[in-house]
Ligand binder design. Structure first.
Ligand code: ZN
Length: 184
């Protein structure tokens, strides 16, 4: 049942009074929680929060010139600023996929360039699923006929069906290998 009164705190704070000589005083604690969260407006000036170094998505070399057209280490063309990157954070490592790149997930190093992320999981197939990012910035996953299945937010994908991935989705391989999707 909705309560007509403004207070369900149970602290016995008096309601604000009008017409008195004193301005209404909000009760302690309540004022703080009502403050708009405007104290964290982006990165603090002068403080460089670590981990923002720009890395080549292919060879992971740290780039001295993030605006360069190609990686100075592996010479592959670099995604421009603002180009979306798909990341999937697994307990055993973070996978990164840039636009146009198809990444096979699986335990077989001959099939998957990220096999080392999954070698310890016997229930992950040698070629399990593929994730990629299309030019519009939509991320996708497809089960490659894995033995134990590919799941998005707990729902098993039929083999070969392309399913979109959104930021925050849980991508699971087999019973318990779960990664969090990050799209930025
Ligand atoms: Zn590179």
């Amino acid at each position: 049942m909705p309560q007509p009164g403004p207070a369900d705190h149970g602290f016995g704070a008096p309601p604000p009074q009008h017409g008195g000589g004193q301005p209404p005083m909000p009760p302690h604690g309540r004022e703080a929680t009502l403050l708009p969260p405007d104290q964290n407006q982006g990165p603090r000036p002068g403080a460089d929060p670590g981990g923002t170094a720009f890395m080549c998505p292919y060879c992971e070399a740290v780039l001295s010139n993030p605006g360069a057209a190609q990686c100075e280490s592996c010479l592959r063309p670099l995604p421009g600023k603002g180009t979306p990157i798909l990341r999937v954070q697994f307990p055993t490592g973070e996978l990164k996929v840039s636009v146009g790149q198809h990444l096979v997930l699986g335990r077989d190093a001959g099939q998957s360039p990220v096999a080392s992320t999954f070698t310890q999981y016997d229930n992950v197939s040698r070629r399990h699923s593929t994730v990629w990012l299309d030019p519009s910035g939509t991320a996708w996953v497809r089960d490659e006929g894995s033995t134990n299945g590919t799941f998005v937010n707990g729902e098993r994908l039929p083999r070969g069906v392309e399913a979109p991935l959104r930021d925050g989705d849980q991508l699971r391989l087999a019973a318990d290998v779960t990664g969090t999707v990050q799209l930025a």
